[in-house]
Design a protein around this ligand. Structure first.
Ligand code: HEM
Length: 266
């Protein structure tokens, strides 16, 4: 995971935002610590770590913002500063937007790359099919998201009294929405436990739906498409070595802890 996946999303998102290249590796630790805050089964210790990391990240962004205010560049941070100066957003919105973008897209894309690689390896006929027909890459990547949803769970609160399946829920009820489970729903997906790189339609919920639909879904799909197309074209054999990978199985994260692969150059 370190050699293959971990360096990619942070650099991509960091570059779009305007985080200096040398600081990009720190984004990973920040995002991993902060994202734990959203886990329903978080411990007090993890919550405290998420909070202290948020403060550290906040200070970092404030310093970067004041530097970029003096010397604007062609990046998202400079554009957000412009928006703040024009009164379109306030400082809190500036900071929380940068934080959300950096945090939301980082670990999830790393996990998707790891679990996508692992899944391709587990279904060798699908890996071969993708090698033979690289035009299937878009549906293949969507299927990777469906099959091993990197963000399997989120909270929702009802904003009004509602009834679902004959059961009443009052305004303010807290729900857990299980994206990972929905993505294996046999009523929605034929043979849901099968990994089919040409599956269509593929109305998965790995990026949620509605008002909170993932803002970075295009970016992470593009990251994945480039990574897997490149790997398959540069290496004639991709083999998993060592033990079956163990997965991190938090409610809000899912991906291999490590993945040992042997690559044979094409
Ligand atoms: C594997 C990659 C990714 C997965 C699986 C993923 C998944 C999700 C999901 C499920 C949500 C909805 C959360 C909810 O239910 O409230 C979400 C929201 C969001 N994602 Fe992603 N995401 C990924 C990559 C990215 C990237 C690369 C970015 C940014 C560069 C990003 C930015 C966001 C933002 C800003 C939101 C909040 C949208 C809102 O609440 O209005 N995500 N993502």
């Amino acid at each position: 995971m370190e050699d293959f996946a971990a360096g990619i999303p942070g650099h991509v998102i960091g570059r779009i935002l305007g985080v200096p290249e040398a600081d990009c590796p720190r984004l990973r630790a920040w995002s991993e610590n902060i994202v734990q805050y959203f886990d329903i089964d978080r411990s007090d210790e993890r919550k405290a770590l998420a909070e202290s990391t948020t403060e550290e990240f906040y200070e970092y962004l404030k310093a970067l913002k004041s530097e970029r205010s003096r010397t604007p560049q062609d990046d998202l941070i400079s554009r957000l500063i412009k928006a703040e100066n024009a009164g379109k957003i306030d400082e809190d919105e500036f900071i929380s937007t940068c934080m959300l973008i950096l945090m939301a897209g980082h670990g999830s894309t790393i996990d998707a790359m790891g679990s996508g690689m692992h899944t391709l390896w587990r279904f060798p006929e699908q890996m071969l099919r993708l090698r033979r027909d690289p035009s299937l890459i878009s549906t293949a990547v969507q299927e990777m998201f469906r099959y091993e949803s990197p963000l399997p769970f989120m909270h929702r609160y009802t904003t009004e009294d509602i009834e679902i399946n004959g059961q009443s829920f009052s305004k303010g009820t807290r729900f857990g929405v299980l994206y990972g489970s929905a993505n294996r729903d046999p009523q929605q997906f034929e043979d849901p436990d099968n990994f089919d790189i040409a599956r269509e339609p593929n109305k998965h919920l790995a990026f949620s739906r509605g008002a909170h639909f993932c803002m970075g879904n295009h970016l992470s799909r593009l990251d994945m498409e480039i990574v897997f197309t490149t790997l398959l074209s540069r290496f004639s054999k991709i083999r998993l070595v060592g033990d079956e990978p163990e997965y991190r199985r938090g409610l809000s994260v899912r991906g291999p802890k490590s993945l040992q692969i042997e690559l044979t150059p094409a």
